[in-house]
Design a protein around this ligand. Structure first.
Ligand SMILES: Nc1nc2c(ncn2[C@@H]2O[C@H](COP(=O)(O)OP(=O)(O)OP(=O)(O)O)[C@@H](O)[C@H]2O)c(=O)[nH]1
Ligand SMILES: C[C@H](OP(=O)(O)O)C(=O)O
Length: 225
């Protein structure tokens, strides 16, 4: 199945600005993308990155296969389509052109595993269905679209909006209940999950950048050396 991975190349993860510089956010976003692409490929699928700008011509940050500091960019070896239109417009262009089912998997899911991707791509297996993996907080972290008329509308409470959109076109919905797919990394506290449950490039990046768990009386957070 074709798996589309949207990617904001130039100014990603602004909600991590409190803990990461702009160059670090670019580098960490690429590390997460790398983990997602690895999981997609290991699940037997062919990823297409739909990026706002080319991945091989960074405007800032250093492209370095032996990434050894927090602003070196991990090399991404994947098919890339550059489309600088807004997220939903870019994804919908892909859906409109598709004749076969398409999966859309966000690039900020560094806990994704081949098993969780396979669960997604085999869900909603009716020929006209839609499978939705919600993100925490109302978003949509991954989708499989088999209905030709279904279109995405990201941001806001997109999980609820996508259920309604599926209903509007008569597409049966399966909700994919997956810790690994529901964990998108948006805010500093989400880094806890990557440190605890990740085992890929993104976790290594955080450790190299000096992040560790911060244990107080309340909820676990992160601290940086
Ligand atoms: N192609 C494309 N992908 C996008 C765009 N905006 C976000 N993405 C990707 O969509 C997914 C979800 O992104 P968000 O968490 O909403 O946004 P973000 O830019 O990563 O982070 P924030 O700046 O903190 O909102 C990630 O895979 C992003 O890389 C866009 O305008 N175009
Ligand atoms: C793209 C957006 O991501 P969030 O801002 O919820 O992380 C969504 O899931 O609708």
């Amino acid at each position: 199945m074709r798996v589309v991975v949207p990617f904001a190349t130039e100014q990603p993860k602004t909600r991590l600005s409190d803990v990461l510089s702009p160059d670090e956010r670019r580098a960490f976003a690429r590390a997460m993308l790398s983990d997602v692409l690895t999981a997609v490929r290991a699940a037997g699928h062919d990823p297409l990155v739909v990026a706002t700008a080319p991945l091989d011509e960074p405007t800032t940050g250093r492209l370095d296969a032996d990434a050894s500091d927090a602003t070196s960019l991990v090399q991404i070896d994947a098919s890339v389509r550059v489309d600088d239109s807004p997220l939903s417009t870019a994804v919908n262009a892909t859906l409109a052109a598709a004749v076969d089912p398409v999966a859309v998997v966000m690039s900020d899911l560094p806990l994704a595993t081949p098993e969780s991707i396979r669960r997604l791509t085999t869900a909603g297996d009716s020929s006209e269905g839609v499978a939705v993996a919600p993100g925490r907080g109302g978003g949509t972290n991954a989708l499989v679209v088999r209905h030709l008329d279904f279109r995405v509308d990201y941001h806001g409470v997109s999980f609820r909006d996508h259920l309604r959109a599926a209903e509007a076109v008569g597409a049966p919905v399966e909700v994919v209940d997956s810790f690994r797919l529901s964990t998108d990394v948006d805010e500093a506290d989400d880094l806890v999950e990557v440190l605890l449950h990740g085992d890929g490039v993104a976790r290594d990046w955080l450790v190299d950048a000096g992040f560790d768990l911060r244990v107080n009386d309340g909820r676990v957070g992160v601290r940086r050396e």
